[in-house]
Design a protein around this ligand. Structure first.
Ligand code: HEC
Length: 140
């Protein structure tokens, strides 16, 4: 009985925490999806796609400082921070494909999965930290 109560308490505590942090839960089967491309594959193409579809919100170097984003009252993460980069490829791929709230769903705009994997590879290169902490917002 006591253990049951403790587990309920723990569940409520952590459940509430993830709720307040607005955590973006990615279904498990997507977390472990293997990136079929090599991390160095077609980085130029990945960059082109990024400039065309993502830069307006996520900013030139991925610090979350794009011009369009200024219109939205949302917290967008900085791709250069370790917490973002520590996410598996499958998670980043899923977030790009399906989006949520002001992050558009790209399953139609970018119908080819390979393009999204190339974007994942490109985002992996955006690790130069912004020394001005203005944009080092939390990730979800
Ligand atoms: C209209 C603005 C907009 C565009 C265009 C856009 N995003 Fe986003 N993106 C957002 C916002 C806002 C979030 C935060 C959403 C949230 O957490 O609810 C986000 C979140 C993300 C995340 C998840 C970050 C995390 O917390 O782990 C990734 C990855 C991402 N975007 C990649 C991309 C890529 C790649 C493109 C281009 C194909 C793109 N985005 C285009 C606005 C945009």
């Amino acid at each position: 009985m006591k253990t049951k109560l403790i587990s309920i308490a723990l569940f409520l505590f952590f459940g509430f925490q993830s709720f307040t942090q607005n955590e973006w839960i990615v279904p498990e089967k997507h977390v472990y999806t293997v990136n079929p491309t090599l991390e160095t594959d077609f980085l130029m193409l990945g960059e082109e796609l990024y400039i065309k579809y993502c830069q307006s919100c996520h900013g030139e170097e991925g610090h979350g400082d794009g011009k369009t984003l200024e219109k939205f009252d949302v917290d967008v993460c900085d791709f250069s921070i370790a917490k973002f980069q520590s996410q598996p490829d499958g998670v980043i791929f899923y977030k790009i494909k399906f989006g949520r709230s002001s992050m558009p769903n790209h399953s139609k705009k970018l119908p080819d999965d390979v393009d999204r994997w190339l974007l994942v590879n490109y985002i992996r290169t955006l690790t130069e930290c912004d020394t001005i902490t203005r944009y080092s917002k939390s990730i979800h």
